[in-house]
Design a protein around this ligand. Structure first.
Ligand code: ME8
Length: 517
C-alpha cells in the first residue's frame, strides 16, 4: 500500500473551536478517507497548538493555570473532531512529551548547522497572530494604535535578547525549491504571494522569547522558550516519529504528502517551515495547500462582531453529513466561501434529499414492493442503460483527479451530474408504467431499469463515503453492501441478482425552508 501522510493545522485552544476549524477538519478528512478507500496507507494527523503568549495571556485573564486552559479547550477540539466524524490517526497536543523531544531535536539540528545565534530583538509583536511584524506591515488603527494591516491585530513593542534563525541565508534555496517543485504551494494565488514575498528578500527571524515561560525550553538555555511557531510546525515531524529518523514510521510517512492549512498561515508553512527543514537536513513536505475562509453570510467572523459560528450547534441542528456536504460542495476549495442556514437548507434538499435520496428511495421501494426486496435479474441492456452505467463506471478516475487537486467541490459536482442523469433516466424509463403492463418484455424492462438504477445509487453511495460517511453507510446498508467491502475496488463489481435487500428507510429527509425573516 502506498503511504499517504496528511495533516491539518493545529489550532490554538485559547477558546472554543469555530466553523473555520470545522471546515479544515472536514476537508482534510474527506481527502484522507478518499485515499483510504482508494487503497492507500493513510496517516492523518491533527491536534492543538498549546504554547505561546496568546495561551498564557488568555489563561491569566481567566485566572486559570495555562495547562488547565489548554487541556480543557483541547478536549473541546477533540470532541468537535468526533462530532464531525473526523477519522484522524493521532490527535497531537504540543505539550505531549514526544513533541517536546522532537522540538528540541530540530532546534539542535538547526543550531549544529550554524543557523541559530543570539541577538537583540526590537520590533512589533502581535500576540493574537503570534507573529512579528515589520514597520511597513502596520497601519494606525481607529484607536490611534498600531495594528497589522493584514489582520487588524494590535501589536506591542518588544525588546529582548532572543535567538535568531538565519532565514536570510535560505531565500535562494527556497526559490529554487519553488521553481523545481511547482506543486509545492497551492493554490496558484498563494504560490504567487509567497514567490513575491521571498523574492523581496528574507530577514533573519527571532525564534525564542524570555518574557514568559509557557513553551518548549531552548536546549541548554532554559531562560528562553522557543517561539511558538518553531514548536508548532514541528508537530508534523513528531507525528511521523521524529527524531527517530530510523523508525519505520519516519521512513514510511515522511515527507508528508500535504499540509492542509488556512490562507492566513501560508507564510509559516511555505517559507519558515521549509527553511527550518533545509537547515536541519530533513526532507521537505511535498505540498502545502491553503484553503479559503468561511464567512458568515458573507461577513468575516469575529468575537467583537459576535457572529462566530459554532460548528457543534450546526451539527446538532442539521446533522453532521449535511454540514460536511454543504461545506465541501458549496465552497470552492482554495477560495473563501460563505455559510448561511438558507444556503445549507437549499443545497442539501436539492442534492441529498432530491437527487440522491429520492432516487434511492423510489427505486428501492419499488424493488421492495414489487419484487419482494430481491435484486432482480436484468435483461439485455439497452442503449440508455449502457450509457448511464458507463457514466457511473467512469466516475472514479474523474473524482480521484478532483480529490488529488484538491478540489472536492468538483469531485462532488461530477458525482451529482451522474445522479442528475440517473434521475432523468428513471423518469424517462417510467418504471411505474412498465410495472402495470402485462407484456413479459415490459416486465423484463421494469427489472432492468431498477437494476440499473440501484447500481448507480450503489456506485454513488460508495463514492460519497469520504464526504458523508454516516449517510453513505446507511445507503450502502440498503443496497446490502457488506460493511468490510466498501472500498473503491468494489465499484466495478456489479450487485448480484438475487441479493436480498432490507426494507428501505429514507436516508435524507427534507428540511423545511426557514420562515421568512
Ligand atoms: O493558526 N475559515 O491556529 P488557529 C477557514 N495554531 N479556516 C479558518 C478560519 C475561517 N474563518 N479561521 C481560521 C493557528 N481558520 C496555528 C496553526 S499549524 C502548525 C499552527 C484556520 O486556531 C486557520 O487558517 O488560529 C488555520 O489553518 C486553522 O484554522 C487553525 O487556526
Amino acid at each position: 500500500m502506498k503511504p499517504f501522510y496528511i495533516t491539518t493545522a493545529i489550532a490554538y485552544p485559547n477558546g472554543a473551536p469555530h466553523i473555520g476549524h470545522a471546515y479544515e477538519y472536514i476537508a482534510t478528512d474527506a481527502i484522507a478517507r478518499f485515499r483510504r478507500l482508494d487503497g492507500d496507507d493513510v496517516r492523518f494527523l491533527t491536534g492543538t497548538d498549546e504554547h505561546g503568549l496568546k495561551m498564557a495571556q488568555t489563561a491569566e485573564a481567566q485566572g486559570v493555570p495555562t495547562a488547565l486552559l489548554a487541556r480543557r479547550n483541547s478536549d473541546a477540539f477533540e470532541a468537535l473532531q468526533s462530532a464531525l466524524d473526523i477519522s484522524f490517526d493521532r490527535f497531537i497536543r504540543t505539550t505531549d512529551a514526544d513533541h517536546v523531544a522532537a522540538s528540541i531535536a530540530i532546534w539542535r539540528a538547526m543550531e549544529q548547522a550554524g543557523d541559530i545565534y543570539l541577538d537583540t530583538y526590537a520590533g512589533w509583536y502581535s500576540v493574537r497572530d503570534e507573529r512579528f511584524y515589520t514597520e511597513d506591515e502596520l497601519e494606525i488603527g481607529d484607536d490611534g494604535h498600531k495594528r497589522s494591516r493584514e489582520t487588524g491585530a494590535p501589536v506591542v513593542w518588544t525588546e529582548e535578547q532572543t535567538y535568531f534563525f538565519r532565514l536570510s541565508a535560505y531565500a535562494d534555496r527556497l526559490l529554487e525549491h519553488y521553481d523545481t517543485h511547482p506543486d509545492f504551494i497551492g493554490p496558484p494565488s498563494r504560490r504567487n504571494e509567497i514567490l513575491s514575498f521571498v523574492r523581496s528578500g528574507l530577514r533573519d527571524m527571532s525564534i525564542s522569547r524570555t518574557t514568559f515561560d509557557w513553551g518548549v525550553p531552548v536546549p541548554d538555555h532554559p531562560e528562553h522558550v522557543m517561539y511558538v511557531w518553531v514548536d508548532a510546525l514541528t508537530n508534523y515531524l513528531t507525528g511521523a516519529g521524529y527524531p527517530d529518523t530510523d523508525s519505520v514510521d519516519f521512513g514510511r510517512y515522511w515527507p508528508a504528502d500535504v499540509h492542509v492549512i488556512g490562507k492566513d498561515i501560508i507564510r509559516f508553512h511555505a517559507v519558515y517551515w521549509p527553511a527550518f527543514l533545509l537547515s536541519a537536513g530533513i526532507a521537505l513536505p511535498r505540498r502545502v495547500f491553503a484553503h479559503g475562509f468561511v464567512l458568515n453570510d458573507g461577513r468575516k467572523m469575529g468575537k467583537s462582531v459576535g457572529n462566530v459560528l459554532d460548528p457543534i450547534e450546526l451539527v446538532d441542528r442539521f446533522g453532521v453529513d449535511r454540514v460536511r456536504h454543504f461545506l465541501l460542495r458549496e465552497m470552492t476549495f482554495g477560495e473563501d466561501g460563505s455559510y448561511s442556514d438558507d444556503a445549507l437548507i437549499t443545497r442539501t434538499n436539492a442534492d441529498l434529499a432530491n437527487e440522491l435520496g429520492n432516487l434511492a428511495q423510489r427505486s428501492l421501494s419499488m424493488i421492495q414492493k414489487n419484487l419482494g426486496g430481491i435484486v432482480p435479474d436484468p435483461g439485455p441492456f439497452s442503449a440508455p442503460d449502457i450509457e448511464l452505467l458507463g457514466l457511473a463506471d467512469g466516475l472514479l478516475p474523474v473524482v480521484r483527479r478532483r480529490f488529488e487537486a484538491p478540489a472536492m467541490h468538483l469531485g462532488l459536482e461530477a458525482i451529482w451530474s451522474v445522479l442528475g442523469a440517473a434521475n432523468r433516466y428513471f423518469s424517462s424509463q417510467e418504471p411505474w408504467t412498465l410495472r402495470r403492463s402485462s407484456a413479459e418484455a415490459d416486465q423484463e424492462r421494469f427489472r432492468t431499469v431498477l437494476y440499473v438504477t440501484i447500481e448507480v445509487v450503489r456506485i454513488a453511495a460508495l463514492l460519497v463515503q469520504p464526504v458523508i460517511p454516516g449517510a453513505a453507510a446507511r445507503l450502502l446498508d440498503l443496497v446490502a453492501m457488506p460493511v468490510d467491502r466498501r472500498d473503491f475496488s468494489m465499484i466495478g463489481e456489479r450487485i448480484a441478482p438475487g441479493t436480498r435487500l432490507p426494507a428501505p428507510v429514507p436516508v435524507f429527509p427534507r428540511l423545511d425552508p426557514l420562515p421568512p425573516a
